[in-house]
Design a protein. Structure first.
Length: 388
């Protein structure tokens, strides 16, 4: 088997992946935190880089640690079977990653395991160990308690590197999960630590974008509805029984809190399954008008989308602001919006109330904060600005 070729076969497919690969290869970075949704290449790049660096002698061993729920509570007196099962799970996971890069190189996993160049360690039973001259990958940290993440950090020894990977939003079970808090800790750490955020624009794995959309839909469907939201959904079941309503977001209190009185801003936003918007609205809007009459509320409906600009167009107090959004994405547990130069004021509003109103919405729906940046890009000379 020809060695030292795996890393050469990886080509970053997005700007975020380029930044991640650079951080993984940077010897001055002892800790690399990489956070983002599934399909962005977090695990693939982290593990393949580690394998290659061990293969080239930069580190003595690759340590893989990731949570498996069944290992959380086992004790040492009866853990042999569970630990063997855990090792098989992780070895299969490693082989799957290698296969995606080079199907002929999977033998490197068994070889390195037998030579103890790959160490598989449960994050739940790592106390008392230390890792010198090791490249350590702590994966799926969204499923770990923050205390365990910190415990793994303390195990890092001399001439070692730690990669912490996780999804702070879509695969997390609670808003204060290990990925969110690990990112917050590392963000201000400096001194050899770096955070790389991968977003929706970095998703490269086939099918992953649909998977993320379905994860978002699942989060929305699991929301606890208030009385007004439930009443709206019940009315749609009567007037638009074939429309798949994912969730409804009540905006009445937020409008009062932030002084939003523009007529086009709805009292509630109805989010429907892609392809079901026409069914919810009805011919000439008759269905949604019937629901409005039934509930006495001003409503608007949109299809679930990974393009967050859709939601700004639907509910932002400045009706034309969506035209001046250059891009949207996710960074950690926040939704990031970049607007054209000179348009930050209309986006955030006086006292930041428009931005706070939009953040209220995103927190209710995605458990995410909102960060707004103004681009340094100038409007090209000679190009007419659209009428507002």
């Amino acid at each position: 088997m020809e060695k030292a070729k795996l890393l050469d076969k990886i080509k970053p497919e997005s700007q975020g992946q380029k930044l991640l690969l650079g951080a993984l290869l940077d010897t001055s970075k002892e800790i690399v935190g990489v956070f983002g949704p599934t399909g962005t290449g977090k695990s693939l790049l982290s593990v393949i880089t580690g394998l290659s660096l061990v293969e080239r002698g930069k580190y003595e061993r690759l340590v893989i640690t990731k949570p498996v729920e069944s290992l959380r509570s086992i004790d040492n007196s009866r853990s042999r079977y569970e630990i063997d099962a855990y090792r098989r799970i992780v070895i299969d996971y490693l082989k799957d990653l290698v296969v995606s890069v080079d199907p002929e190189s999977t033998g490197i996993i068994d070889e390195f395991v037998s030579l103890e160049k790959i160490i598989i360690a449960s994050p739940y039973h790592i106390r008392g160990r230390s890792f010198d001259s090791a490249y350590v990958v702590l994966d799926d940290v969204q499923n770990l308690d923050p205390e365990i993440v910190v415990e793994v950090i303390t195990r890092l020894g001399r001439s070692s590197k730690l990669v912490i990977a996780g999804d702070p939003v879509f695969q997390a079970h609670n808003p204060q999960n290990g990925a969110v808090l690990a990112r917050n800790i590392l963000k201000g750490e400096g001194n050899g630590a770096v955070v790389v955020d991968l977003g929706l624009n970095d998703i490269v794995r086939p099918g992953a974008r649909r998977g993320v959309r379905l994860l978002i839909e699942l989060l929305m469907r699991k929301r606890t509805l208030d009385d007004i939201e439930s009443r709206i959904i019940d009315s749609f079941r009567i007037h638009a029984p074939d429309a798949d309503i994912i969730t409804v977001v009540n905006l009445i209190d937020a409008k009062k809190t932030y002084g939003i009185d523009q007529e086009h801003v709805p009292d509630a936003l109805v989010i429907v399954k892609p392809g079901h918007l026409g069914r919810a609205i009805g011919t000439q809007g008759k269905r949604i008008e019937s629901v409005e009459e039934d509930t006495g509320l001003n409503l608007r409906a949109v299809e679930l989308s990974l393009d967050f600009k859709v939601y700004f167009r639907a509910i932002h107090p400045v009706s034309w602001i969506h035209k001046h959004i250059l891009r949207t994405d996710i960074a950690g547990s926040d939704i990031v919006v970049v607007v054209k130069k000179g348009e930050l004021g209309p986006m955030v509003g006086q006292k930041g109330y428009y931005a706070k109103f939009m953040e209220y919405f995103f927190r209710k729906v995605f458990n995410s904060g909102l960060i707004i940046y103004e681009s340094e890009e100038e409007v090209k000379p000679g190009k007419k600005r659209r009428k507002r």
